[in-house]
Ligand binder design. Structure first.
Ligand SMILES: [Zn+2]
Length: 210
């Protein structure tokens, strides 16, 4: 795969994320539907779904061919890994992000920028930009790390057994680039009962438009 960052992925993601969500909200409002109707759905799917009752075209139709192709790379994972050399990751990421994402590190509790973030929006992988979590499933766990009860996207978040530090935990990572995100524990709130305990530095937040 071509270098994701060379494709201008994050910029495009922001553009599309904002426009599609704004479009969906507008359409659902017009239809008198609850915003809950489309929470947790992939953005592209949302656009397709909510456009069914719309009288105007969704914003994705405003993208040119090149942008559409790049968007597909971002949001719909084709199962292919996003591989960079260790040197390239080091160049791409901050020291802290490299330590957490590529070396399975952990940021100190209550130090991450998203722990107390209550804004509405989307959390993507800080390594490759893949959609990972939504603010709709974020909750205050009191642990000092951003916590979610459900990931977004089919198979975007992978799991491995982590027996380090004398504990048996389930590690979670971005399935596309393999970047370490955090751990998942079976003590979360309803409806899943799961707590995805995620390092802020592994995430990139894209706020919803005002
Ligand atoms: Zn990733």
């Amino acid at each position: 795969m071509a270098n994701y960052f060379a494709l201008g992925g994050v910029t495009l993601f922001m553009k599309v994320n904002s426009s599609i969500r704004a479009f969906c909200r507008k359409t659902l409002h017009a239809a008198g539907s609850s915003a809950l109707a489309f929470t947790g759905i992939l953005l592209l799917t949302s656009a397709a779904a909510c456009s069914q009752n719309a009288t105007e075209k969704p914003p994705s139709s405003q993208l040119n061919q090149e942008e559409s192709t790049r968007l597909e790379l971002l949001l719909t994972w084709d199962g292919k890994p996003f591989d960079l050399t260790e040197e390239a990751w080091q160049e791409q990421l901050s020291e802290q992000a490299f330590y957490v994402l590529r070396k399975q590190g952990t940021e100190r509790a209550f130090t991450g920028s998203y722990n107390s973030n209550k804004a509405s929006g989307t959390y993507a992988c800080a390594g490759c930009g893949l959609l990972l979590f939504s603010s709709d499933t974020k909750f205050d766990s009191g642990t000092g790390w951003p916590s979610f009860y459900k990931p977004e996207g089919p198979n975007h978040v992978g799991e491995t057994q982590d027996n380090r530090h004398g504990m048996q935990r389930t590690e979670v990572h971005c399935n596309r680039c393999g970047g370490h995100l955090g751990h998942v524990f079976p003590d979360g709130p309803r409806p899943t009962g799961l707590r995805y305990c995620i390092n802020s530095v592994s995430l990139q937040f894209f706020p919803d438009p005002e």
